[in-house]
Ligand binder design. Structure first.
Ligand SMILES: [Fe+2]
Length: 243
């Protein structure tokens, strides 16, 4: 029996079974606080058709757990718990790298192990409130490690202009939009920007950026929207290539 019949997806041209952005590794950042909450959301995702979730804990110096071995250990425990529950959802450990001096230096250091997605992408974010002077250096650092940069939720930075979006694309940056943005989860302006990016077919990946149960419900609700799934199906989404 499906536990979440109320969020059963509609038949849609949008094939989306891999989530590339989430904060579901328990107790490591501002995402889910404990194992129980993590399992409940992952179970919900599994029941509603997702097959793989990339865990992307914030990589922000001095704020959150950034020790790769520790994160891997917690991910393993989570996987064991999922197995016990009979949840066959695949997990992958990635990271969401914040554009700040310490993190750029970390990426530039070839000795440093990075939390990639699929061994070829690196998810990174900008500060929400101001333009970082490190944008070009961050993008070059990621590319110099042989990885393709994916900018997390480009619609959430109020200072980016349509020209900035173009320039980032020309620099080789891929865009990951957050599903909730299209339903107004982060306000009207973010929704407007998300719709602009999707209409321009600039969205390369979709992610949930789930931090809690409310984000989960919001995300699942959007996936029942015809206008959302139709619009996004016209974008060159690469989520399925990570299955
Ligand atoms: Fe995030």
């Amino acid at each position: 029996m499906r536990l979440f019949p109320f969020i059963k997806r509609i038949t849609t041209p949008l094939q989306l079974e891999v989530d590339v952005h989430s904060h579901l590794l328990p107790g490591v950042d501002d995402g889910v606080e404990n194992l129980g909450k993590s399992i409940a959301i992952l179970k919900g995702l599994w029941e509603s058709g997702w097959k793989k979730v990339v865990l992307t804990p914030h990589q922000m110096e001095g704020f959150f757990v950034s020790d790769v071995e520790k994160l891997e250990k917690i991910k393993k425990e989570l996987e064991e718990e999922l197995k016990k529950e009979g949840i066959l959802l695949q997990l992958e450990l990635g990271g969401e790298y914040y554009t700040e001096p310490e993190i750029v230096e970390k990426i530039e250091n070839r000795e440093e192990k990075l939390l990639t997605i699929g061994g070829k992408y690196l998810l990174f974010e900008f500060p929400l409130g101001f333009i970082s002077p490190l944008v070009e250096r961050m993008v070059s650092a990621i590319k110099n490690r042989g990885l393709t940069p994916i900018l997390a939720h480009p619609e959430r930075y109020p200072y980016l202009t349509p020209t900035d979006y173009q320039e980032l694309k020309e620099m080789g940056v891929l865009f990951q939009s957050t599903i909730g943005s299209f339903g107004g989860r982060y306000g009207k302006n973010v929704k407007k920007r998300a719709l602009h990016l999707a209409k321009e077919k600039m969205v390369d990946f979709l992610g949930s950026d789930i931090h809690n149960w409310q984000d989960f419900r919001f995300t699942q609700h959007l996936l029942t929207s015809h206008s959302f799934t139709y619009l996004l199906s016209k974008n060159p989404l690469k989520n399925q290539s990570l299955l």
